[in-house]
Write a protein that binds this ligand. Structure first.
Ligand SMILES: [Zn+2]
Length: 109
């Protein structure tokens, strides 16, 4: 069982490591394909683009960080307000629509 995301990194002949990374076609964020380890299952977590329930996921969030002393593990984030995909502002929904159309144009060739 993996103990760390580093277990997912392949040692490379000649030194160094090879890390597989994926760039999000929506926002451009680049991150390792395998990241972290699930506390619950011990499995290495992998980037997926199909796991969010877009009917209910709080894509926009207004949050408050509630500190409990310096570097305390009891610090927590409180969700003050949120919006689902359908509730996002029109300009953001427009950006998402345009980018989804570009993605579909390429994938459906
Ligand atoms: Zn993204």
């Amino acid at each position: 069982m993996a103990k760390s995301y580093k277990d997912a990194v392949e040692p490379k002949a000649g030194g160094g490591f090879i890390v597989e990374r994926l760039q999000c076609p929506m926002c451009g964020w680049i991150r390792p394909v395998k990241y972290g380890v699930s506390q619950r299952t011990g499995e290495i977590r992998e980037v997926r683009f199909d796991k969010m329930n877009l009917e209910i996921a709080p894509l926009w969030r207004l949050e408050r960080l509630v500190p409990r002393g310096r570097a305390s593990k009891d610090a927590r984030i409180e969700l003050i307000d949120s919006k689902t995909l359908a509730q996002l502002p029109d300009d953001i929904k427009y950006q998402i629509k345009i980018q989804c159309q570009r993605i579909l144009q390429i994938l459906q060739r």
